[in-house]
Design a protein around this ligand. Structure first.
Ligand code: ATP
Length: 267
């Protein structure tokens, strides 16, 4: 059937500078994915095969999707996403074809990165009552990965919060044989994430990002992004009583709009 999407390359707009912390992780990803894409000759010369699959694991909201998008953008790769639960539900009955189509599309548009979020949903360990459907989908995925040329032009990144619950067959050589843990950020990481999310955002002088990083123990990137968003909403709420909502807001009100320390405290 006619597919208007065919041949359309999707390029992400996320850049490395949009990621806070995770320097070491990003360095590893670049080495595994960017280097072979840009300089396959290095790998050919030494006879090593770049990875076809990389597994990102760690808690939700820590930047797994962000890193995948950033590396794709950096190498100008077509970025294609799939999610485990989506494969299981939306394409129910036709999941294998959906997978084949994605891989075909990625090869046509190479260099490409295929990102499979929550892979544990399609590829649970065999002993974890894997049904017939899951078995067929995993088999299809394995066959598709085995079929990739392995020159690093199509790389599959899979993400999971539960690295130990995915089918070990997926982690064998030539498949998802590299793993990178994307963990909960420490204080320095949180500070860098705050810096990313407040870049270009007007902050009052009393806002101390370092102090916020100090007191947000356990927050992941997604939590910090949300906190900044809510503080911004608080700042907006405070000016509502001062303006006539039916009229254009005076330029000086916009000009003076800032997020204050108190907006963060109540966020
Ligand atoms: P999930 O397992 O839920 O898919 P994830 O690890 O893929 O989570 P992302 O989708 O990358 O998480 O992050 C969600 C949002 O949180 C991002 O769009 C971004 O706004 C923010 N975020 C997460 N981690 C970071 C980070 N390290 N630096 C900056 N922003 C981050």
């Amino acid at each position: 059937p006619f597919n208007p999407e065919e041949g359309k390359r999707e390029i992400s707009s996320i850049q490395y500078e949009d990621i806070g912390g995770l320097e070491r992780e990003l360095q590893l990803v670049r080495e595994m994915i960017e280097l072979p894409l840009r300089h396959p000759e290095l790998f050919e010369k030494l006879g090593i095969k770049p990875p076809k699959g990389v597994l990102f694991y760690g808690p939700p909201g820590t930047g797994k999707t962000l890193i995948a998008k950033a590396v794709a953008n950096e190498v100008d790769a077509h970025f294609s996403t799939l999610s485990g639960p989506e494969i299981m539900s939306k394409f129910y009955g036709d999941s294998e074809k959906a997978l084949r189509d994605k891989f075909h599309d990625a090869e046509e548009n190479a260099p490409s990165i295929i990102f499979i979020d929550e892979i544990d949903a399609i590829a649970p360990k065999r002993e974890d009552v894997q049904g017939e459907v899951e078995r067929r989908i995993v088999a299809q995925l394995l066959a598709l990965m085995d079929g990739l040329a392995g020159r690093g032009q199509v790389v599959v990144i899979a993400a999971t919060n539960l690295p130990n619950s995915i089918d070990p067959a997926l982690r064998r050589g030539g498949r998802f044989d590299r793993e990178i843990e994307i963990g909960i950020p420490d204080k320095k990481g949180r500070l860098e994430i705050f810096q990313v999310h407040t870049r270009g955002v007007p902050l009052a002088k009393d806002v101390d990002i370092a102090a916020l990083a100090e007191t947000t123990f356990g927050f992941v990137g997604a939590d910090i992004a949300l906190l900044v968003k809510e503080a911004a909403m608080n700042a907006i709420r405070k000016i509502i009583p001062l303006i006539d909502i039916n009229k254009q807001i005076p330029a000086e009100v916009i000009e003076q709009l800032r997020i204050t320390k108190n907006d963060f405290d109540t966020a």
